[in-house]
Design a protein around this ligand. Sequence first.
Ligand SMILES: NC(=O)c1ccc[n+]([C@@H]2O[C@H](COP(=O)([O-])OP(=O)(O)OC[C@H]3O[C@@H](n4cnc5c(N)ncnc54)[C@H](OP(=O)(O)O)[C@@H]3O)[C@@H](O)[C@H]2O)c1
Length: 330
Amino acid sequence: MRKFRWGILGTGSIARQFVRGLNSVPEAEVLAVGSRSEASAEKFADKRNIPRRYASYKALASDPDVDVVYIATPHPFHAENATLCLEAGKAVLCEKPFCVNAAEAERVVGLAKENGLFLMEGMWTRFFPLMEEVRRLVSEGSLGEVRMLNVDFGFRADPDPASRLFDPGLGGGALLDVGVYCVSFASMVLGRASGSVGISHLGETGVDEQASVVLEHEGGRLANLSIGIRTTTPQEATIMGTEAYVRIHAPWWRPESMTISRPGTEDETVEAPVSGNGFGYEAAEVMRCLEAGKTESEIMPLDETVSVMRTMDSIRAAWGLRYPGEEVTS
Ligand SMILES: NC(=O)c1ccc[n+]([C@@H]2O[C@H](COP(=O)([O-])OP(=O)(O)OC[C@H]3O[C@@H](n4cnc5c(N)ncnc54)[C@H](OP(=O)(O)O)[C@@H]3O)[C@@H](O)[C@H]2O)c1
């Protein structure tokens, strides 16, 4: 496989981790970084030996030698940043949640399709080796017919109103930050959701600090989601079928094992170790697709990204949670 030259858009905490992941993938070269500020671009690049550094996102997108841009800004800027890069002819990997709402997501997906450019949501958890095992287990019918799942993602953050997690202007709240993993997981296992009910607690800044959501899927299959940004949760996913259930341990950070339980038999453990910090897997998928001339990934297809955003729109609509400047979409 040829080498692909990456540009990093934004210099925050996930950009730092992603570059570490990229450095463990031989086909990837981190060529350039773009920041809103020259000092930040220089600092980020110096520390990581990135040869080209730009004091604007536009300059990064205009570098003719960059093959693919990784977008690592807060969610409300994903649509604008992805549009900039696609209009400059770049392939794009955009952090989760793909956008703030489905209307934005549809516009960005439409632009990529019109221009025949690769685009993918950075739902990195889908690309861990264990998640391949999960998909195999479900599709082979090892659990019987899958009827239900429980999934949670909560952690305790300090309630800083200026932070990305709590500021509505930066797309704060549990659903967009961690709930998206759970909705996407349910979609991967049960297909697209047909309905939802949820209860949230909106905190002082007006964003959802915790929520319980039930998603309805075809045939009466259900997904129970518990999410939070001020609540510590076990971070586990359990898929329940008519014959057995499987518990996936630490599904969001380092899923390396799952336990299958069948009534009347000993539990079985399946292991699939993670190499590096885990971000290399999604990057490898992007480069496999580019090498094969594909414009989207079969593991994280664009219509599924949009349908997950639609589900999140309808969950939020029931809570009356709208972000500044957001169009009414449902
Ligand atoms: N995959 C994962 O596991 C994972 C984990 C955490 C976060 N994320 C996602 O990654 C995205 C970024 O999260 P993060 O935690 O890295 O955020 P962060 O540390 O706050 O960094 C965001 C970066 O975006 C840029 N930016 C552009 N406009 C901004 C604005 N108005 N305010 C603040 N920053 C702005 C800044 O870079 P410059 O100053 O260089 O322009 C900043 O450093 C989010 O969408 C989040 O959901 C994914």
